[in-house]
Design a protein around this ligand. Structure first.
Ligand SMILES: NC(=O)c1ncn([C@@H]2O[C@H](COP(=O)(O)O)[C@@H](O)[C@H]2O)c1NC=O
Length: 517
């Protein structure tokens, strides 16, 4: 480190930690380095048990821990020692006047509020886990990082001992620790605020403080000239951002976007399902009792587009499926588990990224940033009344038998994952033609039919939203679909129903729409 960044020796430390892991190594290291230690009740007891001399905070403040621990360190003898700016003569003089010694290091970790909440604890117990004294000290030390180094995680104790070996922390290093400390407090406070909000709102909070922590730098963004990073939602341990990569090249920005869409699409189904995604749209979705068969069917939907695709599987990847997967160039595969033999086979592909995703969990609220703000909405799940074929309204044609109805239901559930305007053709619980992302429904219908080719005849269809005119439907009936599910609700529904009737096609209204933009 250059001499422009002098190190400030650590002579006096204040430690108050709920999580005592690593405390022994830290305390012994500090003691060996001749650092004087002051500590709160439980922490002081742990340190004393190590045979390390420690001053109790009560001895410093002359005030006992009170109100069941609500007041321990909230005292000028503590906070003046953390906040005095030793670069100012007046502060040094005041410390002298009040007979208070300054701290060079603060080590604090907070009461486990989030863990207590996750454990299902009641309101009163959870309230008690809102740390007050700890954050106050962290805030003070972080503000005063010109003089004090602050550490908020046991994972950073190594940095402390290393810094001591080198004569203390530099100012830039203390600044980094201070920034981390403030981010830590922001996360903690947002968890508390979100919890209190939940009891007063419908999930759409009056404010959002989702704490994002950088998980990884990505090679680049959507394009090579864009910089990018992956951020973890510190409040949500689930989801694709937290998936463990078992093999392959580092994930790219586009890989994450596609893998997230694929993972969500596959998890819309309870039966074994495979979804193959390219550029955020499915090019094949299929279900089957055997996951290898589901993969074969999903891939057969559009083999041209599936080249270089992202595969998501909602159940264990078997060796049989892996043997099929490695025949095709695939960017990413994501699944909740893999047979050992499947992993071995998949690993034979040097570049294939293999992700082990935590159990699927929809976010309670989805946010999308727009310029100047963000949009929040509850997620579009397949759980509305209108997603159950038992609640569909038959508007023309004969009611379908159970097998055909199951196919139509599959088409309806699968179309949710397709960007609007979405038209999806299915056969045998697999997509055979998908038209997506067009600015009118007619073009989406044309695309679905042309991708299905001969398979359009005898297939069933789903449309994510109503047909505003009969023209889009006519393209499907001309291609030979036998049944269609669509929300209904257009002012020209009668024309659309008449077109289906004239073509002898069964049409159900679901009463629910699944736009995806
Ligand atoms: N009330 C206070 O003044 C106070 N001061 C520090 N704490 C917390 O008490 C814990 C350490 O307590 P102990 O050393 O007794 O295990 C730390 O998590 C620290 O953040 C406090 N607890 C809650 O606010």
């Amino acid at each position: 480190m250059s001499s422009s960044n002098p190190r400030k020796p650590i002579r006096r430390a204040l430690i108050g930690v709920y999580d005592k892991s690593g405390l022994d190594v830290l305390a012994l290291g500090l003691h060996d380095a001749g650092v004087e230690i002051v500590s709160t009740g439980g922490t002081a007891a742990t340190i004393a048990d190590l045979g390390v001399p420690v001053t109790r905070v009560e001895d410093l403040t002359g005030f006992p821990e009170a109100f069941e621990g609500r007041v321990k360190t909230l005292h000028p003898a503590v906070h003046a020692g953390l906040l005095a700016d030793l670069r100012k003569e007046s502060h040094v003089a005041q410390l002298d006047e009040f007979k208070i010694a300054a701290f060079d290091l603060l080590v604090v970790n907070l009461y486990p509020f989030a863990e207590t909440l996750a454990s299902g604890a009641g309101f009163d117990e959870t309230i008690e886990q809102i740390d007050v004294g700890g954050p106050s000290m962290v805030r003070g030390a972080a503000k005063n990082h010109a003089n004090v180094a602050v550490v908020v995680e046991p994972g950073d104790y190594g940095q402390v001992l290393e810094a001591i070996d080198h004569g203390g922390f530099t100012e830039p290093h203390r600044r980094v620790l201070a920034a981390k400390a403030f981010a830590h407090l922001a996360t903690y406070d947002s968890q508390v605020a979100d919890w209190l909000n939940q009891s007063t709102s419908d999930g759409l909070s009056p404010f959002v403080a989702t704490p994002l922590a950088k998980g990884a730098d990505l090679r680049y963004g959507e394009n090579p000239h864009q910089t990018a990073a992956l951020y973890h939602d510190r409040q949500s341990p689930d989801g694709l951002a937290q998936a463990e990569q078992l093999h392959g090249k580092p994930m790219s920005y586009n890989n994450y976007v596609d893998a997230d869409g694929a993972w969500r699409a596959a998890n819309d189904f309870t039966h074994p399902c495979v979804a193959i995604i390219k550029h955020a749209n499915p090019c094949g979705i299929a279900t089957a009792e055997n996951i290898a068969e589901a993969y074969r069917k999903a891939h057969a939907c559009d083999p041209v587009s599936a080249f270089g695709g992202v595969i998501a599987v909602n159940s264990e990847v078997t060796a049989e499926m892996a043997t099929e997967v490695v025949k095709v160039f695939t960017e990413v595969i994501v699944a909740p588990s893999y047979e050992d033999a499947a992993l071995e086979t998949l690993r034979s592909k040097k570049n294939l990224r293999i992700l082990l995703a935590p159990e699927w969990a929809a976010q309670p609220v989805e946010y999308r940033f727009i310029s100047g703000g963000a949009l929040g909405q509850t997620p579009d799940r397949i759980d509305a009344e209108g997603d159950d074929p038992a609640n569909w309204r038959l508007v023309t044609g004969s009611a379908l038998g159970s097998e055909s109805l199951a196919n139509l239901a599959f088409a309806w559930w699968a179309v949710r994952s397709v960007k609007s305007n979405a038209i999806l053709l299915a056969k045998d619980l697999a997509t055979v033609g998908i038209g997506m992302g067009q600015v009118n429904r007619v073009d989406s219908a044309r695309l679905a039919v042309s991708r299905a080719g001969d398979r359009a005849a005898g297939s069933v269809a789903a449309s994510d939203a109503f047909f505003p005119f009969a023209d889009g439907l006519k393209i499907l009936t001309d291609a030979g679909i036998t049944a269609i599910a669509q929300p209904g609700g257009s002012i020209r529904d009668e024309e659309v129903i008449a077109a289906a009737e004239a073509a002898g096609v069964t049409m159900y209204f679901t009463g629910v729409r699944h736009f995806s933009h």
